[in-house]
Ligand binder design. Sequence first.
Ligand SMILES: NC(=O)c1ccc[n+]([C@@H]2O[C@H](COP(=O)([O-])OP(=O)(O)OC[C@H]3O[C@@H](n4cnc5c(N)ncnc54)[C@H](OP(=O)(O)O)[C@@H]3O)[C@@H](O)[C@H]2O)c1
Length: 268
Amino acid sequence: MKQTILVTGASSGFGLLIANKLKQRGYTVIGTSRNPEKYQDKLPFKLLELDISDDESILSFHKRLFEHIHQLDVLINNAGFYLSGLAEETLIEQGKLQLETNFWGTVKLTNELLPYFRKQRFGKIITVGSIMGLISLPGGAYYAASKHALEGYFKALRFELKEFNVNVSMIEPMGFKTNIVTNALVAENEISDYNVYRKKLNHYTTDLFKNAPEPTPVIETLMKLVDEKNPKFNHPVGKGASVIHALQHFAYKTFENSIIKNINKFKN
Ligand SMILES: NC(=O)c1ccc[n+]([C@@H]2O[C@H](COP(=O)([O-])OP(=O)(O)OC[C@H]3O[C@@H](n4cnc5c(N)ncnc54)[C@H](OP(=O)(O)O)[C@@H]3O)[C@@H](O)[C@H]2O)c1
């Protein structure tokens, strides 16, 4: 039997593309959006209402989800947005919303579904991070913080869920053409000292996204993660992304392996 897959943020961009692709390939797909009624008519899969920045919405989504499916094989945590702006020019409230959505929202939804995966003793949790979860760039301090936080959280979770045969992985795309820029929240607290730097940075970012490639490699990688039996944790995608990751990975892995060895020395 084909697997059942939940894709958050399936009304646009990566989420919409992967949900469509999975549906075409015969998977049972449930997608989510904050406004499903706006998109449902045009979609070949069921779209349920979910705002990951809202606790109530996560709870009521969880209740409704299992009215539509009997088994969940894969959770694709994709929903998120980009908060664009210089760190000091970003209101703390805006920064909080970025973390409440990209980090806390993703973690809370995952936690809500973890008891299910644990009891089932199989499943996959795939989270869409970003290359900004491995490096930080100007103009995206809070976004980078949210994506770094996801890397740290899921990197630990992957060990804990191995016990229950649940695979945890992440994908770290570079910039790709979606609606992320149009949907971005922009820092609201302009400080004139930054005028020149902000202008230069805006030119750079506009240029970068204007020339961003189509998201095909991201969708292919997500597809591979769904199909592979036991995928590894990190999956950087885009020009230069794997080099950044490989260089970081070597130093990190050596340190991490020694800690895991020490934990395993203890008897239960
Ligand atoms: N595009 C890139 O270059 C790029 C690079 C690296 C990582 N990413 C990551 O890829 C993921 C998808 O982004 P995208 O590029 O496809 O952008 P997008 O086209 O703007 O799509 C974002 C999706 O997230 C959903 N969403 C936003 N806020 C939400 C919330 N509070 N609760 C629930 N759903 C919410 C939106 O659904 P509704 O508005 O319908 O609710 C939409 O379906 C994000 O996590 C983003 O950080 C993107």
